[in-house]
Design a protein around this ligand. Structure first.
Ligand SMILES: [Zn+2]
Length: 326
């Protein structure tokens, strides 16, 4: 398969982004350097690791905790005066539109996590497009504004599903945050560019915000949040983000509302999934408070505004492909 990527040497945001971001685009000298604070809004039973144990037909009848947990995150962000980007499931937006309004009214950016948490590489192109469109309708109806960003469930844009970037471009998306440049049993493109960059595809371009990593020897190690934030010591995340920021690279941090909920109902799944999902849930909130104190965070659009205004670095070659890093 031929892969992307010669990124377009744009130094300004496209009009659609400027419109969406509006007055928050400051002059070049006034752009504050921030890391991206992102939340994948889904309930505790909707994670991919529980797909086999929790059929979608049972979702409706389960105790929902997504509103309370997301509200808790909104409070934490308000206390720290941080605005972030919320990648929300269309399924959640259809059932809890008031939660979506609350996210938007607090100044956060609304983006898509798909409709019902289907892995991209488990769908056909047509199925992916249909899921994407359902999610957008639900999110835009509830949120009242345009949805321009996407993150796939479980980082499921991998080498075999890069066609999803073409669909996102065709559907008018401005950015994607679905590629993790690491080795993992369920996702990842280890040789993918580690920086925020633009990907050029036959039908156009799209910003990519890869999951954050540190390069150690010949390996990329994840420092971007989620399970890595809970399972590894806090010092690892701090070290990783500090290293990235020292080279003016923003970290793309992510977490889920269920990760601050130690009292969520337990679901019987395999040993590895159980470990990954439940370990250290009680540590997430205090760690998050600390993280919010120790690093500057903002929305994806704030990161893109900074990247676009800084302009691209010279072409680099990653994994045999040319990439223009920002
Ligand atoms: Zn998810």
């Amino acid at each position: 398969m031929s892969l992307p990527v010669i990124a377009r040497p744009d130094t300004v945001l496209p009009d659609v982004a400027r419109d969406a971001i509006g007055s928050s685009v400051a002059p070049a000298s006034g752009v504050r350097f921030v890391n991206a604070m992102t939340v994948d809004v889904e309930d505790y039973f909707q994670v991919s690791a529980f797909d086999a144990a929790v059929p979608r037909s049972s979702w409706e009848s389960r105790e929902s905790r997504v509103c309370a947990n997301t509200a808790r995150l909104l409070d934490l962000f308000a206390e720290a005066d941080v605005k972030g980007t919320f990648f929300v499931l269309g399924w959640v937006a259809d059932r809890f539109p008031a939660l979506i309004r609350r996210i938007v009214d607090a100044g956060h950016e609304l983006a898509s996590h798909g409709y019902e948490h289907r892995l991209v590489y488990a769908q056909s192109r047509a199925e992916f497009r249909a899921d994407l469109r359902s999610a957008r309708v639900a999110l835009e109806q509830a949120g009242g504004g345009p949805v321009l960003g996407y993150r796939a469930p479980s980082f499921s844009i991998v080498r075999d599903s890069l066609w999803a970037l073409d669909v996102l471009i065709e559907e008018g998306y401005l950015y994607d945050a679905s590629i993790y440049p690491i080795r993992h049993d369920r996702y990842g493109i280890p040789e993918w560019s580690r920086s925020v960059h633009r990907v050029e595809r036959p039908g156009g371009t799209i910003w990519e915000l890869p999951g954050s990593t540190l390069r150690v020897g010949a390996t990329n190690l994840p420092v971007g949040g989620g399970g890595y934030f809970r399972l590894l010591p806090y010092a690892w995340t701090h070290f990783g983000i500090a290293r990235l920021n020292a080279s003016r690279q923003p970290a793309i941090f992510y977490l889920h509302p269920w990760e601050i909920d130690p009292k969520q109902p337990r679901i019987a799944a395999g040993r590895l999934s159980t470990f990954r999902h439940y370990r250290n849930l009680e540590h997430t909130e205090p760690r998050l408070r600390r993280l919010l104190r120790e690093f500057p965070f903002g929305r994806v659009s704030d990161v893109l505004a900074g990247a676009a205004l800084r302009g691209p670095e010279p072409l680099a070659v990653a994994g045999g492909r040319a990439v223009r890093n920002y």
